[in-house]
Design a protein around this ligand. Sequence first.
Ligand SMILES: Nc1ncnc2c1ncn2[C@@H]1O[C@H](COP(=O)(O)OP(=O)(O)O)[C@@H](O)[C@H]1O
Ligand SMILES: [Mg+2]
Length: 454
Amino acid sequence: MWETLGFSKNPYDANPLKPTKDDVDLLIGRVEDGIKFGTIIESANRGTILISGLPGVGKTSFFNVQQYLMESGEAAFGKKIISARSLCSIQTGDKSIDIALRVLHNTCRNIAEFCKSRSFAIPGKAYEIFEWLNGKRGGGFNFSLSIAGFGGGGGKQVQLPAPKDSSFEVLQIILSSIVEEAVTLLDIDGIFIALDNAENLDDEGISAILMSFRDTFFTIENIWWIVIGQTGLSSLIQVLDPRVAERMTGGIELTPITADELHTAIDRRVERFHQAEKGKAPLTQDVHDFLYESSLGEIRFVFKYASSICTEFVSQARSAIMKQIGSLDKLGGTAIRTRIDTLIGSVLVNNQIPSNHSMDIVRKIISEEINNLGLRHKERDVLKRIGENGTATQSEFKLYGLNSGQDFSSNYLSKFHKQHLLAKSQEGRRVHYSLRGIAAIAGRFNLFDGASKA
Ligand SMILES: Nc1ncnc2c1ncn2[C@@H]1O[C@H](COP(=O)(O)OP(=O)(O)O)[C@@H](O)[C@H]1O
Ligand SMILES: [Mg+2]
């Protein structure tokens, strides 16, 4: 469908940028953050760095681009570190041992892919352990350790049990020997291991995992651990466990890119993916700005809804033509496609979807999404009023016809915040909430009056 709009590929692709040469130029801004990151890495030969920020602000993309620059040696400074091409995504309910096994698996894969990209042979240990993890080496598989403190350089043989029966200590020894071998053989300073989406665990879960990694995995030489999570991750860890916080090498909190940077980001993608020489973005700048403001600068939101507007626009054109054609289905594919293209061409203004048309579509999409949330009448009413008032605090419960601040906070404010319907900001001890994302749009279009459950 992107061809219909003149593109070889979706310019609003909302997936994170990858650690590849092609994607480096698509990252806009983040210069200061990149310098900070490189400097932290340069300052030691191992460490744990937190990258935090709101969902969709660009954490994974930022990290991936930094990884590419370091692995390729294109960074102005920093070290030569093998990219974590696969990130270890943290899942709800994960235990330390689950993550440890995933880490080992991904590390072997990441080393193998690095070697493949350089036409190097895969180091023996990474290869053997990968097979062991995948059940291709029976029980009692002999693994030779060669790291200092675990049998010396002589190559002591140990028998490994099945992966799921291995202790945390055994996995730590395995990981150290794989990395040591990689550093010796591959002319690199270390490897990245990334734990992504730490926010999928509750506070206790994060705390438990960081505690068990603190004196084990996080101490291994030549490994750079990157923990990616929610905004405020670093102060959360400080509160949860100062001992873990002390072990952290540094933290980077990413704030939203500016509206100008967003425009540049879109221009760059349009330039790359438009089939015409001086092609334009499918949507007008005021629609990009509208999405940017509604989401408080969350780029993933902008891209996701920009894509949806385009998809809806093309589907509407297609249905219109199919309805017109009706029984004349003898026309054939090519003729139908030509008609659709003609219709789309006639609706576009300067090759863009006109703003008012995009806004009608946004309204329709958001209205459906709000309905799908199945909000109760009272909930809709509260959201509507927060929109009218601009912000809300717990102490204003009476304004919303509620009996207590506790009720307002737990059943409305906190709940809506978790659903990404409210943004939270703190001013001293006062916590303010305001509509964000689809709720902000629903507020502007008065969509909270629609049908609701009871
Ligand atoms: N600095 C940036 N410049 C251009 N595009 C970006 C930038 N940061 C993020 N993006 C785009 O925004 C979307 C969300 O980014 P992502 O890294 O997945 O966010 P997060 O990991 O914080 O949830 C992706 O489509 C990504 O390509
Ligand atoms: Mg991410």
